[in-house]
Design a protein around this ligand. Structure first.
Ligand SMILES: [Zn+2]
Length: 349
């Protein structure tokens, strides 16, 4: 055990401490009440997944979604989830000072929502990422959060912002800077996964690879597989390259939250959803990689309130994408990989 981890664990120590194994090589000290909270939450999620399986439907855990308290229509979302066999959404709150709203949402609908720490998609992350992570570290100590939200390290303005003429979210936070180091270390120490938004640019890849090499036990979810918004900047990002990353870095995962097949990113004019071929199906070379490494890919919506009315359409498209895979890969990508990252244990029936 390295000194840094010992320090964290002693900082985490609370009365009646038990140690729960959360993932390969990762431990997090938890109080007995925290442990009971987790057991109850996990049992509820499992029950709902089983209920969907019992109807011969493929349950989906939506691993990437941004909750805006007061704006997200929770009742509508719960209805969509029942209609579309979405087992759970890991909802990371944004535009709020703490991650408490995600936990509050879980308490109201415990079988539906997975508490996640705040999404790093708003100024509190960009302007002071170290401070943001100090808060996340304290929240993880409670044992009540199961995922760390999406952290923007390189982000171009989203299509909605482009349409509105905004460039606010043209973001760069160096992934190998102090905040990146702290985030990768936090995942290493706790076993809790985190998501990154990292636009595809050749010049950014060495820093990410260096971090993955330095923190082999960090569980990293690189969001938006093959969403390439400026093709001339990202010529290295090919299925072969992604295979090499998967083979080198055991904690690296990808989610399939991508725009529709015909989507064009207006500022570059590029068709950015390169996962899809011209026929609207997954390109064979990408499908082959997912089939070869089905434990590294996750279903996700990239929900945020401006696209709430499209949630149904987006998740139907996500389901069609997942259902292009073999049955074994379908179950892994739809919910079992998410289950492993969220609970620290393999799915078992
Ligand atoms: Zn994103």
């Amino acid at each position: 055990m390295r000194t840094s981890r010992r320090n964290l664990l002693s900082a985490l120590a609370v009365t009646a401490t038990v140690v729960a194994v959360l993932g390969p090589g990762a431990v997090l000290a938890q109080s007995a009440p925290a442990s009971a909270f987790r057991d109850t939450a996990i049992a509820g999620w499992k029950r709902r997944i089983h209920a969907i399986l019992d109807r011969n439907r493929l349950p989906i855990i939506d691993m990437q979604a941004t909750y805006i308290p007061g704006t997200t229509n929770v009742r509508l979302m719960v209805g969509f989830m029942d209609e579309l066999d979405i087992a759970q959404i890991a909802f990371a709150a944004a535009n709020v000072p703490t991650s408490a709203p995600s936990l509050d949402l879980y308490r109201v609908h415990p079988d539906y929502f997975i508490p996640a720490t705040n999404s790093g998609e708003y100024p509190r992350w960009w302007n002071n990422p170290q401070n943001f992570l100090t808060g996340v570290t304290a929240e993880l100590k409670t044992g009540q959060f199961f995922l760390m939200g999406e952290h923007e390290f390189r982000h171009y303005p989203s299509p909605e912002q482009v349409a509105a003429g905004q460039t606010l979210r043209d973001i760069t936070v160096p992934i190998d800077g102090s905040a990146g180091q702290a985030l990768f270390q936090l995942s290493t120490d706790t076993g809790v996964s985190f998501q990154i938004h990292y636009e595809i640019e050749d010049r950014l890849l060495p820093a990410l690879e260096a971090m993955l090499e330095r923190y082999p036990k960090a569980n990293v979810i690189w969001c938006h597989l093959a969403m390439i918004r400026y093709p001339d900047r990202g010529s290295r990002y090919t299925p072969t390259y992604i295979t090499s990353l998967i083979e080198r870095f055991p904690g690296l995962h990808f989610d399939l939250a991508v725009p529709p097949p015909g989507s064009v990113y207006t500022p570059s004019g590029a068709r950015d959803s390169t996962l899809y071929g011209g026929d609207g199906k997954m390109k064979p070379e990408w499908r082959a990689i997912i089939e070869a490494h089905p434990d590294r890919f996750l279903a996700a919506s990239d929900y945020r309130p401006p696209v709430e009315p499209q949630y149904k359409m987006n998740m139907q498209r996500q389901r069609r994408l997942v259902e292009e895979l073999s049955p074994t890969a379908q179950h892994l990508v739809a919910y079992r990989n998410a289950w492993r990252l969220i609970t620290g244990t393999q799915w078992s029936d």
